[in-house]
Design a binder for this molecule. Structure first.
Ligand code: ZN
Length: 92
């Protein structure tokens, strides 16, 4: 299962997550999945968000447009999560 994360101005609302390092909020777009699967995936998403920092604790360490977890090496138009988030117009 793959998720798309996009920067958000607010951490309030459904399917939002905040970076444990800089506090940047993200909106998460899930592929069709159960609550259990989402809960299990949340830890992976948090780890992927923290990985962006690599010694830089600014919120600018995160991709400007958005990113997929786990990383997607193909075209975004073939990723269901990216399609859900309307991300097919930009490359990752
Ligand atoms: Zn961060």
């Amino acid at each position: 299962m793959q998720v798309l994360c996009q920067k958000s101005n607010s951490s309030e609302g459904a399917d939002k997550i905040s970076c444990s390092i800089c506090g940047q909020a993200f909106q998460i777009f899930w592929e069709r999945s159960s609550q259990t699967e989402r809960a299990a995936q949340m830890e992976t998403v948090m780890a992927a968000i923290a990985e962006h920092h690599q010694g830089n604790d600014s919120h600018r360490a995160h991709p400007h447009t958005g990113f997929l977890v786990p990383g997607w090496s193909g075209l975004t138009k073939f990723s269901a999560a990216a399609l859900l988030g309307g991300a097919q117009s930009w490359s990752i």
